[in-house]
Design a protein. Structure first.
Length: 367
Protein backbone atom coordinates (compact mmCIF):
# COMPACT_ATOMS: atom_id res chain seq x y z
CA UNK A 1 0.00 0.00 0.00
CA UNK A 2 1.37 3.42 -0.96
CA UNK A 3 2.07 5.86 1.93
CA UNK A 4 0.18 9.18 2.18
CA UNK A 5 2.09 11.99 0.60
CA UNK A 6 3.89 14.20 3.09
CA UNK A 7 2.19 17.23 1.63
CA UNK A 8 -1.22 15.95 2.72
CA UNK A 9 -0.30 15.61 6.39
CA UNK A 10 1.39 19.04 6.26
CA UNK A 11 -1.79 20.61 4.86
CA UNK A 12 -3.86 19.02 7.61
CA UNK A 13 -1.37 20.22 10.20
CA UNK A 14 -1.42 23.75 8.78
CA UNK A 15 -5.21 23.80 8.78
CA UNK A 16 -5.35 22.60 12.39
CA UNK A 17 -2.81 25.26 13.32
CA UNK A 18 -5.27 27.92 12.02
CA UNK A 19 -8.09 26.59 14.20
CA UNK A 20 -7.20 28.72 17.32
CA UNK A 21 -7.37 31.93 15.32
CA UNK A 22 -10.72 30.92 13.83
CA UNK A 23 -12.13 30.01 17.23
CA UNK A 24 -10.83 33.20 18.87
CA UNK A 25 -12.39 35.36 16.16
CA UNK A 26 -15.68 33.50 16.61
CA UNK A 27 -15.56 33.98 20.37
CA UNK A 28 -14.80 37.70 20.00
CA UNK A 29 -17.68 38.19 17.56
CA UNK A 30 -20.17 36.28 19.72
CA UNK A 31 -19.20 38.00 22.98
CA UNK A 32 -19.19 41.43 21.32
CA UNK A 33 -22.65 40.75 19.87
CA UNK A 34 -23.91 39.61 23.26
CA UNK A 35 -22.43 42.71 24.94
CA UNK A 36 -24.09 45.00 22.39
CA UNK A 37 -27.41 43.19 22.81
CA UNK A 38 -27.11 43.34 26.60
CA UNK A 39 -26.36 47.05 26.47
CA UNK A 40 -29.35 47.61 24.18
CA UNK A 41 -31.60 45.67 26.55
CA UNK A 42 -30.27 47.57 29.56
CA UNK A 43 -30.78 50.84 27.69
CA UNK A 44 -34.41 49.85 27.22
CA UNK A 45 -34.62 49.02 30.92
CA UNK A 46 -33.20 52.46 31.79
CA UNK A 47 -35.77 54.10 29.52
CA UNK A 48 -38.48 52.04 31.22
CA UNK A 49 -37.25 53.18 34.64
CA UNK A 50 -37.33 56.79 33.53
CA UNK A 51 -40.82 56.38 32.10
CA UNK A 52 -41.84 55.01 35.48
CA UNK A 53 -40.30 58.07 37.12
CA UNK A 54 -42.23 60.31 34.74
CA UNK A 55 -45.47 58.53 35.65
CA UNK A 56 -44.67 58.84 39.36
CA UNK A 57 -44.02 62.57 39.03
CA UNK A 58 -47.32 63.05 37.20
CA UNK A 59 -49.19 61.03 39.82
CA UNK A 60 -47.60 62.97 42.68
CA UNK A 61 -48.41 66.31 41.10
CA UNK A 62 -51.99 65.40 40.17
CA UNK A 63 -52.62 63.92 43.62
CA UNK A 64 -51.18 67.01 45.34
CA UNK A 65 -53.35 69.38 43.28
CA UNK A 66 -56.46 67.32 44.00
CA UNK A 67 -55.52 67.14 47.67
CA UNK A 68 -55.17 70.91 47.88
CA UNK A 69 -58.56 71.38 46.21
CA UNK A 70 -60.11 68.85 48.60
CA UNK A 71 -58.64 70.66 51.61
CA UNK A 72 -59.94 73.98 50.32
CA UNK A 73 -63.41 72.50 49.82
CA UNK A 74 -63.43 70.84 53.26
CA UNK A 75 -62.42 74.09 54.99
CA UNK A 76 -65.02 76.07 53.07
CA UNK A 77 -67.75 73.57 53.92
CA UNK A 78 -66.81 73.57 57.58
CA UNK A 79 -67.02 77.36 57.85
CA UNK A 80 -70.22 77.57 55.77
CA UNK A 81 -71.93 75.08 58.07
CA UNK A 82 -71.11 76.95 61.28
CA UNK A 83 -74.22 78.40 62.98
CA UNK A 84 -72.44 81.75 63.28
CA UNK A 85 -71.90 81.90 59.53
CA UNK A 86 -75.49 81.04 58.73
CA UNK A 87 -76.75 83.63 61.19
CA UNK A 88 -74.35 86.51 60.47
CA UNK A 89 -74.52 86.23 56.67
CA UNK A 90 -78.31 86.24 56.62
CA UNK A 91 -78.81 89.99 56.39
CA UNK A 92 -76.07 90.49 53.77
CA UNK A 93 -75.60 94.14 54.71
CA UNK A 94 -72.74 96.21 56.11
CA UNK A 95 -73.47 95.01 59.62
CA UNK A 96 -73.20 91.39 58.46
CA UNK A 97 -69.93 92.22 56.73
CA UNK A 98 -68.44 93.79 59.86
CA UNK A 99 -69.57 90.97 62.12
CA UNK A 100 -68.28 88.26 59.79
CA UNK A 101 -64.93 90.01 59.61
CA UNK A 102 -64.72 90.27 63.39
CA UNK A 103 -65.69 86.62 63.75
CA UNK A 104 -63.33 85.06 61.23
CA UNK A 105 -60.42 87.40 60.63
CA UNK A 106 -58.14 85.83 63.24
CA UNK A 107 -59.10 82.36 61.99
CA UNK A 108 -58.09 83.36 58.46
CA UNK A 109 -54.74 84.66 59.67
CA UNK A 110 -53.99 81.35 61.39
CA UNK A 111 -55.02 79.38 58.30
CA UNK A 112 -52.90 81.69 56.14
CA UNK A 113 -49.79 81.22 58.27
CA UNK A 114 -50.12 77.48 58.92
CA UNK A 115 -52.35 76.01 56.23
CA UNK A 116 -51.32 77.79 53.06
CA UNK A 117 -54.78 79.40 52.78
CA UNK A 118 -54.39 82.48 50.63
CA UNK A 119 -57.97 83.63 50.16
CA UNK A 120 -61.35 83.45 51.91
CA UNK A 121 -64.37 85.19 50.47
CA UNK A 122 -68.15 85.43 50.80
CA UNK A 123 -70.28 86.04 47.68
CA UNK A 124 -73.88 86.95 47.04
CA UNK A 125 -75.61 85.59 43.89
CA UNK A 126 -74.76 85.42 41.12
CA UNK A 127 -71.10 86.19 41.86
CA UNK A 128 -70.69 89.51 43.67
CA UNK A 129 -67.99 89.78 46.29
CA UNK A 130 -69.50 90.42 49.72
CA UNK A 131 -66.44 90.09 51.97
CA UNK A 132 -62.83 89.19 51.33
CA UNK A 133 -61.24 88.16 54.61
CA UNK A 134 -57.83 88.63 52.96
CA UNK A 135 -58.77 92.09 51.62
CA UNK A 136 -61.73 93.38 53.64
CA UNK A 137 -61.72 96.84 52.09
CA UNK A 138 -62.37 95.45 48.61
CA UNK A 139 -65.95 94.27 48.02
CA UNK A 140 -68.98 94.77 45.83
CA UNK A 141 -67.28 93.86 42.52
CA UNK A 142 -68.85 91.44 40.07
CA UNK A 143 -66.80 88.24 39.59
CA UNK A 144 -69.00 86.66 36.90
CA UNK A 145 -66.60 87.24 34.01
CA UNK A 146 -63.61 85.40 35.46
CA UNK A 147 -65.05 83.21 38.24
CA UNK A 148 -67.37 80.72 36.52
CA UNK A 149 -66.91 78.40 39.49
CA UNK A 150 -68.65 80.89 41.81
CA UNK A 151 -71.43 81.47 39.29
CA UNK A 152 -72.05 77.73 38.98
CA UNK A 153 -72.18 77.16 42.76
CA UNK A 154 -74.72 79.95 43.27
CA UNK A 155 -76.75 78.80 40.28
CA UNK A 156 -76.83 75.08 41.09
CA UNK A 157 -76.24 75.29 44.86
CA UNK A 158 -73.72 72.45 44.58
CA UNK A 159 -70.24 72.61 46.10
CA UNK A 160 -67.42 72.66 43.54
CA UNK A 161 -63.64 72.92 43.42
CA UNK A 162 -60.91 73.82 40.96
CA UNK A 163 -58.14 76.28 40.11
CA UNK A 164 -58.89 79.87 39.17
CA UNK A 165 -57.32 83.30 38.80
CA UNK A 166 -58.79 85.68 41.36
CA UNK A 167 -57.97 89.29 42.08
CA UNK A 168 -55.44 88.05 44.63
CA UNK A 169 -53.81 85.77 42.06
CA UNK A 170 -54.06 82.10 41.09
CA UNK A 171 -55.13 79.56 43.70
CA UNK A 172 -56.94 76.26 44.14
CA UNK A 173 -60.47 76.91 45.34
CA UNK A 174 -63.24 75.12 47.13
CA UNK A 175 -66.58 76.93 46.83
CA UNK A 176 -69.73 75.92 48.74
CA UNK A 177 -73.26 77.32 49.00
CA UNK A 178 -74.26 79.04 52.25
CA UNK A 179 -77.75 78.78 53.78
CA UNK A 180 -79.41 80.53 56.69
CA UNK A 181 -80.89 78.64 59.63
CA UNK A 182 -84.09 78.11 57.63
CA UNK A 183 -82.13 76.61 54.69
CA UNK A 184 -82.67 79.65 52.48
CA UNK A 185 -79.84 80.09 50.02
CA UNK A 186 -77.78 83.17 50.88
CA UNK A 187 -74.79 82.93 48.59
CA UNK A 188 -71.47 81.14 48.68
CA UNK A 189 -68.20 80.97 50.54
CA UNK A 190 -64.81 80.00 49.16
CA UNK A 191 -61.36 79.06 50.41
CA UNK A 192 -58.36 79.46 48.13
CA UNK A 193 -55.07 77.64 48.77
CA UNK A 194 -51.95 79.23 47.37
CA UNK A 195 -49.77 77.25 44.93
CA UNK A 196 -46.53 78.43 46.55
CA UNK A 197 -46.61 76.34 49.77
CA UNK A 198 -47.74 73.33 47.75
CA UNK A 199 -44.75 73.58 45.40
CA UNK A 200 -42.41 74.02 48.36
CA UNK A 201 -43.80 70.93 50.08
CA UNK A 202 -43.39 68.84 46.91
CA UNK A 203 -39.76 69.91 46.70
CA UNK A 204 -39.17 69.09 50.37
CA UNK A 205 -40.92 65.72 50.23
CA UNK A 206 -39.89 64.43 46.79
CA UNK A 207 -36.86 66.44 45.68
CA UNK A 208 -38.68 68.01 42.74
CA UNK A 209 -38.19 71.46 41.26
CA UNK A 210 -41.43 73.13 40.21
CA UNK A 211 -42.80 76.30 38.68
CA UNK A 212 -46.31 77.61 38.15
CA UNK A 213 -46.74 79.40 34.81
CA UNK A 214 -49.96 81.35 34.30
CA UNK A 215 -51.25 82.67 30.97
CA UNK A 216 -50.30 86.32 30.82
CA UNK A 217 -53.51 87.60 29.20
CA UNK A 218 -56.03 86.46 31.87
CA UNK A 219 -53.52 87.26 34.60
CA UNK A 220 -53.39 90.87 33.41
CA UNK A 221 -57.18 91.05 33.05
CA UNK A 222 -58.33 89.44 36.27
CA UNK A 223 -55.63 89.77 38.94
CA UNK A 224 -55.21 93.02 40.83
CA UNK A 225 -52.45 95.37 39.58
CA UNK A 226 -50.62 95.19 42.89
CA UNK A 227 -50.43 91.40 42.42
CA UNK A 228 -49.22 91.45 38.82
CA UNK A 229 -46.84 94.40 38.98
CA UNK A 230 -43.95 92.54 40.67
CA UNK A 231 -44.09 89.54 38.34
CA UNK A 232 -44.92 90.96 34.89
CA UNK A 233 -41.40 91.22 33.55
CA UNK A 234 -39.23 89.51 30.95
CA UNK A 235 -37.34 87.48 33.53
CA UNK A 236 -40.57 85.67 34.43
CA UNK A 237 -41.93 85.37 30.90
CA UNK A 238 -41.89 82.01 29.05
CA UNK A 239 -43.74 82.37 25.77
CA UNK A 240 -47.29 83.44 26.61
CA UNK A 241 -46.90 82.49 30.27
CA UNK A 242 -45.71 84.32 33.39
CA UNK A 243 -44.00 82.56 36.26
CA UNK A 244 -45.89 83.28 39.48
CA UNK A 245 -44.33 80.68 41.79
CA UNK A 246 -41.17 78.60 41.61
CA UNK A 247 -38.85 76.55 43.81
CA UNK A 248 -35.73 77.17 41.64
CA UNK A 249 -36.47 79.54 38.78
CA UNK A 250 -32.85 79.92 37.64
CA UNK A 251 -32.69 76.19 36.93
CA UNK A 252 -36.17 75.86 35.42
CA UNK A 253 -35.51 78.73 33.01
CA UNK A 254 -32.89 76.50 31.39
CA UNK A 255 -35.17 73.47 31.29
CA UNK A 256 -38.47 75.02 30.18
CA UNK A 257 -38.36 77.34 27.17
CA UNK A 258 -40.93 79.16 25.08
CA UNK A 259 -40.53 76.47 22.41
CA UNK A 260 -41.39 73.74 24.91
CA UNK A 261 -44.65 75.41 25.99
CA UNK A 262 -45.70 76.90 22.64
CA UNK A 263 -48.07 74.16 21.48
CA UNK A 264 -48.90 72.54 24.81
CA UNK A 265 -52.28 70.80 24.81
CA UNK A 266 -51.90 67.79 27.08
CA UNK A 267 -49.29 66.66 29.56
CA UNK A 268 -45.84 66.61 27.97
CA UNK A 269 -42.68 64.72 28.95
CA UNK A 270 -39.12 65.25 27.80
CA UNK A 271 -35.53 65.18 29.04
CA UNK A 272 -33.15 68.11 29.17
CA UNK A 273 -29.78 68.82 30.75
CA UNK A 274 -28.74 71.82 32.80
CA UNK A 275 -25.53 72.37 34.76
CA UNK A 276 -24.27 68.98 33.48
CA UNK A 277 -27.21 67.21 35.12
CA UNK A 278 -29.94 65.36 33.19
CA UNK A 279 -33.53 66.11 34.17
CA UNK A 280 -36.88 64.66 33.29
CA UNK A 281 -39.43 67.42 32.67
CA UNK A 282 -43.21 67.15 33.03
CA UNK A 283 -45.45 69.96 31.81
CA UNK A 284 -49.00 69.58 33.16
CA UNK A 285 -51.67 72.02 31.89
CA UNK A 286 -54.13 73.61 34.31
CA UNK A 287 -57.67 74.51 33.28
CA UNK A 288 -60.32 76.41 35.18
CA UNK A 289 -63.84 75.21 35.93
CA UNK A 290 -65.07 76.26 32.49
CA UNK A 291 -62.31 74.25 30.81
CA UNK A 292 -60.39 77.29 29.63
CA UNK A 293 -56.57 76.96 29.72
CA UNK A 294 -55.19 78.88 32.66
CA UNK A 295 -51.54 77.87 32.75
CA UNK A 296 -49.32 74.93 33.58
CA UNK A 297 -47.12 73.42 36.23
CA UNK A 298 -43.57 72.53 35.17
CA UNK A 299 -41.81 69.81 37.19
CA UNK A 300 -38.15 68.80 36.94
CA UNK A 301 -36.89 65.48 38.28
CA UNK A 302 -33.17 64.75 38.57
CA UNK A 303 -32.39 61.74 36.32
CA UNK A 304 -28.66 61.62 37.09
CA UNK A 305 -29.02 58.49 39.25
CA UNK A 306 -30.56 56.37 36.48
CA UNK A 307 -28.20 57.79 33.84
CA UNK A 308 -25.18 57.13 36.08
CA UNK A 309 -26.36 53.55 36.65
CA UNK A 310 -26.64 53.08 32.89
CA UNK A 311 -23.10 54.45 32.42
CA UNK A 312 -21.68 52.16 35.10
CA UNK A 313 -23.47 49.22 33.54
CA UNK A 314 -21.95 49.99 30.14
CA UNK A 315 -18.44 50.12 31.63
CA UNK A 316 -18.90 46.87 33.53
CA UNK A 317 -20.37 45.12 30.50
CA UNK A 318 -17.37 46.23 28.43
CA UNK A 319 -14.90 45.03 31.06
CA UNK A 320 -16.65 41.69 31.49
CA UNK A 321 -16.81 41.17 27.73
CA UNK A 322 -13.08 41.92 27.42
CA UNK A 323 -12.26 39.57 30.29
CA UNK A 324 -14.38 36.82 28.75
CA UNK A 325 -12.65 37.28 25.37
CA UNK A 326 -9.18 37.07 26.88
CA UNK A 327 -10.04 34.10 29.11
CA UNK A 328 -11.65 32.09 26.33
CA UNK A 329 -8.86 32.97 23.90
CA UNK A 330 -6.34 31.67 26.45
CA UNK A 331 -8.32 28.46 26.93
CA UNK A 332 -8.54 27.94 23.17
CA UNK A 333 -4.80 28.43 22.68
CA UNK A 334 -3.88 26.10 25.55
CA UNK A 335 -6.34 23.38 24.62
CA UNK A 336 -5.77 23.40 20.84
CA UNK A 337 -2.00 23.66 21.03
CA UNK A 338 -1.54 21.30 23.97
CA UNK A 339 -4.10 18.67 23.09
CA UNK A 340 -4.25 18.84 19.31
CA UNK A 341 -1.32 20.55 17.66
CA UNK A 342 1.42 18.94 19.76
CA UNK A 343 0.22 15.34 19.12
CA UNK A 344 -0.12 16.11 15.42
CA UNK A 345 3.35 17.60 15.33
CA UNK A 346 4.73 14.52 17.04
CA UNK A 347 3.01 12.25 14.56
CA UNK A 348 4.44 14.31 11.72
CA UNK A 349 7.97 13.96 13.13
CA UNK A 350 7.56 10.20 13.51
CA UNK A 351 6.26 9.92 9.98
CA UNK A 352 9.30 11.81 8.65
CA UNK A 353 11.74 9.41 10.33
CA UNK A 354 10.02 6.31 9.12
CA UNK A 355 12.20 4.49 6.46
CA UNK A 356 10.70 2.69 3.52
CA UNK A 357 12.48 -0.81 3.09
CA UNK A 358 14.25 -1.32 -0.27
CA UNK A 359 12.54 -3.45 -2.84
CA UNK A 360 13.79 -7.10 -3.05
CA UNK A 361 15.06 -7.97 -6.51
CA UNK A 362 14.25 -11.49 -7.82
CA UNK A 363 17.15 -14.02 -7.84
CA UNK A 364 19.06 -14.68 -11.06
CA UNK A 365 18.23 -18.30 -12.25
CA UNK A 366 21.55 -18.58 -14.10
CA UNK A 367 23.46 -18.24 -10.89
Amino acid sequence: MAASPPGGSFAVFKWVRDVPAILIVAVVVVIAAMAILSNWLFGGLTASVEESQFATVEAILASSLRGAEDRALARAQMIADLPSTRTLFASRDQTARDRLLAEYRSMFEVQHDKGGVDQMQFHVPPATSFLRLHAPNLYGDDLSEFRPLVVAVNRDQIARKGPAIARSGPAMFGVVPVYDTGNRHLGSFEVGIDFGPLLDSLKADHGLELALLISEEPLRRFAAPDVTAPILNDNNRVGKYIKTNSTHWELLQKLVTSTDVAALEGTERYTQSANDTPYGIVLMPIRNFAGDPMGLVAVAKDFSASRAAAGRSLVWQGLLALFAMLALAGVIIVVVRGMLLEPLAELQRLGGRRQVPPAIEPADDDE
